[in-house]
Design a protein around this ligand. Structure first.
Ligand code: ADP
Length: 575
């Protein structure tokens, strides 16, 4: 039953019973009032008249007779009982006779006897009516008691049931709501009634069930996604390692475990910093993270790993993972993912290519040198005179042979650098001598284009710590480039500047310059600015950079597109 109906019924019934009680009470009080009035008016007055008549009769005076007559008249008007009228008439009759003959004592005795009869009759009537009144009172008491008991019962039932009926479900609902708030979505309320609370419980349980389903489906979805990602990562052929923000290993795929030389249990959940103490690979993987060398996705030199009885090369890429927590604005670092791309195949191909180039360049050098020697003999006309046409041809062959020699030289240098076979002999060297060597080597090339040099070299100058041959090669390459990329009849400025610890040799030309977007790329191997018409390999600057950096120096470019470029070598002063 609904609470509202219960309340309406309970309170309504109580209200009706109170009305009934009031009506019953009023009715019986009225009945009792009527009964008592009846006794008083009908019988008590008769008794009073009778008593007055008796008193008057005993008195015997004239005044008393008048009083007797008055009371008798009143009695004649107050006839209420059966037979009372006859007795009253007899009294009247006897009284009239007594008045005419006062000496006749029998009349007085008759009057007295009739009055007593009248009194007796009224007394009996009073007694009878009193019993009726008592019965009425009993009846009233009975009905009032019944109505009162019912009122009491209903009030009692309401008192016992209503507070618990209302408070208990509210209490249970409050508890369950707290459980739901604490994410215990399996919580249900159990008051199964047809009241409003029953409906509320039903709605609450539906809500809890839906929340549970939603939560479970989300959890299942998340677990599914987690498993999917784990499977994906595990099936990757490249090793992947995930670290949390405190550098604890949170996941590693099969490949990563294999190359680490550790077991799953030894790796997962362990601090990478602790593992790094004993494990070289982990150390090299987290080196940049430990020393806070940030920069997501930065590529570094391939790492050589010996695993499963073979050498493998891996290119490491570290990604720093940051998220913006819900409700917050700033992002927070939550971990790092290290990808190791297996580049062994490329590395092997690269080795093969380097070896091939090295062999070819080496094999080319001897025939080119012999071509050059033959050309020298021809030029010297020791084996006969040459006409102008032949001289031109010889000159052109010599040019090509020189170019070929330069290319093979560059390729050989490159292969040395790539295979790590570069041999440096770093000794105190005179920068002026290096400049003079480079100028001498490029003189013919400059003369052909009528290029003039302007040299600003302080003499004497402090010696630099450098490999003479390699630095001379680099400077020759820079001057050669400046000549090649300058216009005819222009000037190339060569200067040496000394600071407290360094010497800078710069080569400035007023040629075409380099567009800003290519400035960083020109030092890459095989890179040539698109549209460059001059012949070349794109290796000269790459080799120069590696030669100079291997000596602890630096090479840089400053260029204005269309106005010229300045290449600067920085070398350390010899101590
Ligand atoms: P290359 O054999 O092509 O000259 P380099 O490594 O020496 O190879 O130079 C790379 C590229 O840089 C060249 O192709 C050219 O486009 C550009 N470059 C080098 N030096 C200069 C310069 N002085 N002025 C303009 N461009 C230059």
């Amino acid at each position: 039953m609904k609470i509202k109906t219960k309340l309406t019924l309970g309170v309504g019934l109580l209200f009706l019973l109170i009305i009934l009680l009031s009506l019953v009470g009023a009715k019986y009080i009225n009945a009792l009032k009527a009964d008592s009035e009846n006794i008083l008016v009908a019988n008590y007055n008769s008794l009073e008249y009778s008593r007055n008549m008796l008193v008057a009769l005993d008195d015997g005076s004239e005044k008393a007779y008048q009083k007797f007559d008055l009371n008798l008249q009143n009695q004649e008007k107050n006839i209420t009982e059966i037979g009372e009228k006859e007795i009253t008439a007899e009294i009247r009759n006897s009284f009239e006779q007594y008045k005419s003959n006062k000496l006749d004592r029998s009349n007085q005795a008759n009057i007295r006897k009739d009055i007593f009869r009248l009194m007796d009759m009224n007394m009996q009537a009073i007694q009878r009516k009193a019993e009726v009144a008592k019965a009425t009172a009993d009846k009233a008491l009975f009905w009032i008691a019944i109505a009162g008991t019912m009122c009491f019962l209903i009030a009692f039932i309401l008192l016992v049931n209503l507070p618990s009926n209302i408070a208990n479900p509210i209490k249970e609902l409050t508890e369950s709501t707290k459980q739901i708030a604490a994410k215990n979505y399996a919580e249900r309320v159990h008051f199964e009634s047809h009241s409003e609370f029953g409906q509320l419980a039903k709605s609450f349980n539906t809500m809890a069930k839906k929340l549970e389903e939603y939560n479970n489906s989300n959890l299942a979805k998340l677990m599914m996604e987690k498993r999917r990602i784990e499977t994906l990562i595990n099936n990757m052929h490249d090793p992947v390692i995930g670290l949390d923000e405190n550098l604890k290993v949170i996941f590693a795929n099969e490949e990563a475990i294999k190359i680490s030389g550790l077991t799953h249990a030894e790796l997962i959940g362990k601090s990478a910093q602790e593992l790094a103490i004993k494990n070289d690979l982990i150390r090299s993987l987290i080196q940049d993270l430990m020393f806070d060398e940030t920069g997501s996705g930065q590529k570094q030199q391939p790492i050589k790993i010996f695993s499963e009885n073979k050498e493998s090369y891996f290119e490491k890429e570290t990604f720093h993972i940051s998220i913006t927590p819900t409700g917050e604005t700033g992002s927070k670092l939550v971990g790092h993912v290290i990808f190791l791309r297996n580049v062994t195949t490329y590395k092997e191909l690269d080795f093969a290519k380097t070896n091939f180039i090295a062999t070819v360049s080496h094999e080319f050098k001897t025939p080119i040198s012999s071509i050059k020697m033959s050309l020298q003999l021809l030029e010297n006309e020791q084996i006969g005179n040459l006409n102008d046409e032949q001289k031109k041809l010889i000159y052109s062959i010599k040019e090509d042979a020189n170019r070929l020699l330069k290319i093979t030289g560059e390729l050989l240098n490159m292969t040395q650098l790539e295979s790590g076979n570069i041999q440096l002999s770093i000794l105190p060297s005179d920068p002026n001598e290096i400049v003079l060597y480079a100028l001498h080597a490029t003189k013919t090339q400059a003369d052909q284009k009528h290029i003039h040099f302007e040299i600003n070299c302080p003499d004497p100058i402090t010696k630099v710590q450098a490999d003479y041959d390699k630095t001379a090669w680099v400077l020759t390459n820079l001057i050669s480039n400046a000549i090649r990329y300058s216009y005819d009849h222009s000037t190339i400025y060569i200067s040496i500047q000394q600071t407290s610890s360094q010497v800078q040799i710069s080569v400035r030309d007023t040629g075409q310059g380099i567009a800003p977007q290519y400035k960083d790329k020109i030092f890459d191997r095989y890179f040539r600015v698109p549209g460059t018409k001059k012949e070349g390999t794109g290796l000269g600057l790459a080799i120069s950079k590696e030669f100079i950096e291997a000596q602890g120096g630096q090479i840089s470019v400053d260029s204005e597109f269309g106005a010229g470029s300045t290449f600067t070598l920085t070398l350390h002063i010899a101590s």
